[in-house]
Design a binder for this molecule. Sequence first.
Ligand code: FAD
Length: 391
Amino acid sequence: MTAVAPVRRVVIAGAGQGGVHTAASLRRLGYDGDLTLVSAEPSLPYQRPPLSKTFLRDPDPAHIEFHDPAHYASLGIELVLGDPVSIVDRPAREIALGSGRVVPYDHLVLATGAHPRRITGLQCLRNVFHLHDRDSSVALGAQLREARSMLLVGGGFVGLEIASAAVDLGCAVTVVEQLPSILAHAVPPQVADFLYRRHRARGVRFHLQRSVSAFAVRGDRLDSVTTDDGTQIAADVVVVGIGSVPSTALAAQAGLPVDGGIVVDDRLRTEDPHVSAIGDGIRFPLDGAPVRLTSVQHAMDSARHAATQILGGDGAYRPVPWFWTDQAGVKVQMAGMPSAPHDRTEISTGPSGTFAVRHYQGDRFVGGATVGMPREHVAMRRDLAAVPAVP
Ligand SMILES: Cc1cc2nc3c(=O)[nH]c(=O)nc-3n(C[C@H](O)[C@H](O)[C@H](O)COP(=O)(O)OP(=O)(O)OC[C@H]3O[C@@H](n4cnc5c(N)ncnc54)[C@H](O)[C@@H]3O)c2cc1C
């Protein structure tokens, strides 16, 4: 039997929700070796959920940063800012940063997250936003506070949260969505319909089953768009919210398999036992099917799981997926995979218009969503945790 050398040097590429939590989990679990947390971004690591919500109105970095510099120092975490990992040399077991600095590792964690899907050709326009990072949220908030109108391309979670904030800031908001419903496949249809009606009651105008077919650009601004039925929509600010793409460039450079995300096993290991991957950027097996999750829950759970594995733990990563969104004045919480097949739906109602939707496949509870019912959401997560794994 070959003895496994103890891990004494861990490098984490990416200091978002997952990367920061991996570092903290390693220390919590007693790891006392070298720990280097590398961020491509120059700012202190921060949470992303507020970027499309409260931060648009109140862009105070202190409200979103995970920790101050002293916290990282107190945990013996070397935090490298604004210097991305550009090369992984797996045979040598070292990484090179953009600055040229080389850092050796015994174990490398890829926590590179995801980036927004873009509409080609619109990147350089001053009033077009693909919101993902702190700087784009600061710039978007500043423009929304001056704008009279906003156009949202895509009716997904992040975009509709921005639409909500824009209405609160006094903008007239128009949404173009190519599917017949907003949030299609992301929430039960009853919840999508409820949110649609709430947004409309707040003055948001929708063009459903329409896609954008032409753009009118003037100088460095987008003046208007034309939809496929010939409708022209002008707006001061345009937000493109058409989903995210896993950030797999570093994994690909390292020669690791990438297929709709960094491919990992149910222990969150890539095909290289010295490299794990976590968070928004991975594709992993859950109940027999490869999935990609993009949520704070998954970033945190996968971070904890990877830390345990690095320190010799065993066991499959089998999270209970959950997610929340704040929009149109309500909190909606989802539990389970939104796309899980189901053949039965139960709806229960609470006070003041609150309600919950539960999906079942036969007798098996597969997930659901709540509107303003946090206790029922917690019950759903507990019930899902009790459901045996699909063999
Ligand atoms: C606007 C917005 C709103 C959201 N709202 C919610 C919500 O309400 N609820 C919810 O559950 N989730 C929400 N999410 C999703 C949630 O924030 C993500 O699922 C979570 O941040 C994923 O964590 P992560 O560590 O995988 O990636 P991220 O937090 O994206 O961090 C990845 C980091 O890696 C860095 N990086 C990439 N490549 C390199 C490299 N080569 N070297 C060094 N660093 C690199 C990136 O710059 C980034 O800082 C939201 C996301 C956004 C963008």
